[in-house]
Design a protein around this ligand. Sequence first.
Ligand code: CTP
Length: 406
Amino acid sequence: MSHTPLRIVVGITGGIAAYKAVSVVREFVKDGHHVDVIATEAALQFVGRPTLEAISRNPVHVGLYDDVAQVRHVALGQQADVIVIAPATANTLAQFATGQAPDLLGNTVLARRGPLVVAPAMHTEMWDNPATQANIDTLLSRGVIVVGPGSGPLTGADVGVGRMSEPEEIVSAVYASVTTPVVQDLVGRKILITGGGTREPLDPVRYIGNRSSGKQAIALAQQALLRGAQVTLIAAHLEVPVPSGVSLVNVSTAAQMREAVLAHISTSDVVIMAAAISDYRVDHTSESKIKKSEHQGQLNLSLVENPDILKEISTHKFPEQVIVGFAAETTSGEELTSIAREKLQRKGCDYLVVNQVGWEQGFGTERNAVSVLASNGDILESATGTKLSVAGTILDCITKQPFQNA
Ligand code: CTP
């Protein structure tokens, strides 16, 4: 529970789970917070205004044109320490993702200054729909906190993903969103992060590349900055903007990545190798565009291995330096862990962050699921969540072990 009285806006939209929102409001009031309930017209089909007014001990706001003199459509959002939407329907999420404000709730969300927490509730098919998933990704990329949905019985006979999280979970997420302290445990530390995916040219037009977006590396850079570190990012073809405050070095090929890493290695306390670095390059890059007419139906490329940067820097590291490798694998479970342990030994790094990737998983998404292994192969932590929260877990693992030169 949070001890500072907060101004909390609870937005309730039109889904059967609206009845559970009453318990969310009740918890906040019980903890001494000021709660403004904004209900959509649809929400009032599921839960009555008198119930919400009695529980919140405040008038319930519904219409965009009520009390216009008080400029309620912006005031509620501006004044709120946090806004939570429970339940958030698929339609509501779509409106938020596209910045629409057809009603008082939409206006309030647009005008907010504090965090936004949403607790989606809908049928499994609606949740799985690519449109809803794209909207969730958009909201996550803007820092919106998404709680659930959980799995279980839905309205009618259905069972599956889409059930609104339990009120206690929603209440905890709201408190965490306003009270999570940022520990400044990396002040004075220099952190070198590699991110994105290298490209190995075949000719002036084409290259061999990979699907890494660089989002996990950017999240690591953001977290490290928040925790007081000086961050240098060696970036290969990022698909996302770099936060201000990061010292950026752009590279393209694995050879350029190696050169840039070696140029910064002696001044780095921590090196995090999150980039997807091409293991191979063509042994001869064509100076002109490769022509189809010169290759009767088949083109054979001869590839040579690139230097293993992680292995090289781990072999030559200073005793006090911390080197973190990444492993993206397409296997799962025990096999994934055993591949990770073998890779950890082969590379000789201090930590290895391992995650499962696939056609639909890992690359370019807003979320990640990783395990962090220590140099002896022990799993220190496993984390699932936004790439920003996963980055927090990775840095926690590194900082738990005190720096030897601290
Ligand atoms: N890496 C590196 N230099 C390379 C290739 C990879 O430093 N030439 C780093 C990556 O940045 C990552 C780690 O090594 O931190 C693991 O990369 P991965 O491609 O999974 O390792 P490989 O040794 O190439 O093993 P695999 O056969 O599974 O590709």
